[in-house]
Design a binder for this molecule. Structure first.
Ligand code: RET
Length: 290
């Protein structure tokens, strides 16, 4: 009897707030489109880790090695992130506040909206790695690198706060706005500061390609958050999940592959960027006299 009721709820996509991890796991597995969006990333992250380790096997310059390690962390964090999501560990069904399009939607008086909060949490570990790799490539100084990383972590954590706030709709959007303010700082450093540094460092070509890829894709995340179930609820959960997963695939694996391939082929340029941070400020990667 109880099992039948639970099955009915799962089938209708309406689920009570207090769900066990097993029930959440089952909910995700029962939605093929949703679970595929997660499993695909686990598979790609695994393949990327193997490929990147192989690509980096002969890299010897310390700066190039650091770029490799930072970039390798991206699929490593990703595989952990998606395993957390698919297992139900980092997913909750949250009651939306009054005024939200899905307020009261769900099984009981409380309802519950699928909230994969693990995504926002793990972005706080993966996106700084992307920025460290980009900053090193551009020859950033320590202040700019620090600012970009701290603003980025701020963006992810306040994005997490937006997703987890259930007391007031206004406050959800206030968190969203704060997160966007942090994002503007990151965009400024990428588009203005590092673009200039990369010219000096002699890495402008590859930096500009990766900068455009990063900026265009990263802009998609707040847009899909706003349109997804946690925001205006124009898109359903499986479509939103695919949007994030699709952007993740390009923003992480394609990005990392392009960057690492370039580093392997141009290790000398990276080595000539002067040791430590801030090579751009000190005159850049002008090759030595040889
Ligand atoms: C949120 C919602 C709040 C406003 C903003 C956001 C931006 C998120 C971004 C995420 C990028 C993630 C990547 C992950 C790869 O591992 C948190 C969605 C501005 C830009 C690249």
């Amino acid at each position: 009897m109880i099992e039948t009721a639970a099955a009915d709820l799962l089938a209708s996509g309406m689920v009570p707030l207090e769900m066990t991890q097993t029930e959440i796991f089952q909910f995700i597995q029962d939605n093929t489109l949703l679970s595929a969006s997660l499993w695909v990333n686990i598979a790609l992250a695994g393949l990327s880790i193997l490929l990147f380790v192989y690509m980096g096997r002969n890299v010897e310059d310390p700066r190039a090695q650091l770029i490799f390690v930072a970039t390798l962390m991206v699929p490593l964090v990703s595989i952990s992130s998606y395993t957390g999501l698919v297992s139900g560990l980092t997913v909750s069904f949250l009651e939306m506040p009054a005024g939200h399009a899905l307020a009261g939607a769900g099984a009981g008086p409380e309802g519950g909206v699928f909230t994969p909060w693990g995504r926002y949490l793990t972005w706080a570990f993966s996106t700084p790695m992307i920025l460290v790799a980009l900053g090193l490539l551009a020859g950033s100084n320590l202040s700019k690198l620090f600012t970009a990383v701290v603003a980025d972590v701020g963006m992810c954590i306040t994005g997490l706060a937006a997703a987890l706030t259930t007391s007031s709709l206004l406050l959800r959007w206030v968190w969203f706005a704060i997160s966007c303010a942090f994002f503007v700082v990151v965009l400024y450093i990428l588009l203005a500061e590092w673009a200039r540094d990369a010219e000096v460092a002699g890495t402008a070509d590859i930096f500009n390609t990766l900068k455009v890829l990063t900026v265009v894709l990263w802009l998609g995340y707040p847009i899909f958050w706003a349109l997804g179930a946690e925001g205006l609820a124009v898109l359903d959960i499986a479509i939103t999940s695919w949007a994030y997963s699709g952007m993740d695939i390009i923003a992480k694996y394609l990005f990392a592959f392009l960057l690492l391939r370039w580093v392997v082929e141009n290790e000398r340029t990276v080595a000539d960027m002067a040791s430590g941070l801030g090579s751009a400020a000190r005159g850049g990667a002008t090759p030595a006299d040889d």
